[in-house]
Design a protein around this ligand. Structure first.
Ligand SMILES: Cc1ncc(COP(=O)(O)O)c(C=O)c1O
Length: 392
């Protein structure tokens, strides 16, 4: 039987989507205009400028691709790779695996460099692999959402440059949460998503390409195998002097992204990063004070916006997550792949990254874990978090 939509109001503290900022939801409800309307062209230009700010780039070709983060990944791969090209992909989690899959489907011969899930990729291994062949690109995930690892990029970027390979980065969980600095780091092409630290609904994949990458795309010998993601055509809609229709832009989603990026711009990027760093530390200190072990051992490689914590011995993953949802309306994530049933993934992303949520999730976990018989120093989690929160 037909019923009007009435979704529950949740506090989204998983690996994404995060809570959308109210301004993004309001923007999404604005009246439609046409995708060729001069007023919309103005919105597109502003979105591109604001995206340059969060990517840390001056790249002309910066745009939101239609589709979720995975469409961004595929955009980079199908546009940069021609059949028979060689790609070196770094894998330390599920999204690195997806990138290798996507590169292979785009026609690349894929070589992988791996690290255990929960650790960063070792640049020495990348250098060794890169020296053995002529790679068109080296691909890596900046913020591995399946493990909570923040990957240092500088050394690997240098290796790519020294070997004449494009440096291609997945920034889905880093954009708006930790600095990317694409130009400074030497990233040739990057993609992201809207539903994490940007606090907009899912559905767009911001992407950016420097001149080196654009050169590769515009001077291919073979046709780009995807019509929908073909940047030779889409660039004419997003950047041409005369805008050429390619596909109908998802206008309301672009309104929402405009509002989301505006909120970040107003707070100031440095303040946004500082908020994520401070609250992420408060949560992580809180969990450790409860006797739990963080998956990522090296504190320098921990993402502030996505914390991964091992589920204590004898505690049932689903029992805890169901109670969080039922009693507190809080969503957190479980583990993926080899980490299924072993970790929780707790997000503090964008609009979800608030003091209120740190206190709430720690308090809720203390109550639930205590009920389930987990032995720990009660109140210690909140106290450790409050210590960090008390520092300005
Ligand atoms: C690091 C990373 N890459 C790619 C993706 C794919 O994005 P989407 O699910 O929006 O297609 C995700 C989604 O969680 C992600 O976290």
């Amino acid at each position: 039987m037909y019923k009007e939509l009435n979704p529950p109001v949740r506090i989204l503290m998983g690996p994404g989507p995060s809570d959308a900022h109210p301004k993004t939801l309001q923007a999404q409800a604005l009246p439609l205009i046409g995708h060729m309307d001069p007023a919309f062209v103005q919105v597109m230009n502003e979105v591109a400028d604001l995206l340059r700010e969060v990517f840390g780039t001056k790249n002309k070709l910066t745009l939101p691709m239609s589709g979720t983060g995975s469409a961004g990944m595929e955009t980079l791969m199908v546009n940069l790779i021609e059949p028979g090209d060689k790609a070196l992909i770094c894998i330390n989690g599920l999204f690195g695996q997806r990138m290798a899959d996507s590169a292979g489907r785009s026609g690349a011969e894929v070589t992988v460099v791996e690290a255990p899930w929960g650790e960063a990729i070792d640049p020495a291994q990348v250098a060794e692999a890169a020296a053995k062949d002529k790679f068109k690109l080296i691909g890596i995930v900046h913020a591995e959402t399946s493990t909570g690892v923040k990957q240092p990029l500088e050394e690997i970027s240098k290796i790519a440059e020294d070997n004449g390979a494009l440096f291609v980065v997945d920034c889905v969980t880093s954009i708006g949460g930790v600095p990317i600095q694409a130009d400074q780091v030497g990233i040739d092409a990057a993609f992201a998503g809207t539903q994490k630290c940007l606090s907009a609904p899912p559905g767009l994949a911001p992407a950016t390409f420097n001149e080196r990458a654009v050169d590769v795309i515009m001077n291919r010998k073979t046709k780009i195998q995807s019509w929908y993601l073909d940047l030779q055509m889409i660039a004419k809609y997003w950047g041409g002097t005369k805008r050429a229709y390619h596909h109908t832009a998802p206008i309301s989603s672009i309104f929402a992204l405009h509002a989301a990026l505006g909120v970040i711009h107003q707070e100031g990027l440095e303040n946004v990063f500082a908020r994520h760093a401070r609250l992420g530390k408060a949560l992580q200190d809180g969990l450790e004070a409860m006797g739990m072990e963080l998956l990522v051992r090296n504190p320098d490689h921990r993402l502030p916006d996505l914390t991964t914590v091992r589920i204590p011995e004898g505690i049932d993953d689903l029992a805890v997550r169901s109670r969080l949802l039922k009693d507190y309306s809080i969503e957190i994530g479980g583990g993926l792949g080899v980490l299924g049933g072993k970790i929780w993934r707790i997000g503090l992303m964008g609009h979800s990254c608030r003091e209120r949520n740190v206190v709430l999730v720690l308090g809720a976990l203390e109550t639930i874990l205590s009920d389930l018989g987990y032995k720990f120093d009660k109140g210690a989690g909140l106290a450790a978090a409050q210590k960090v929160l008390a520092q300005e």
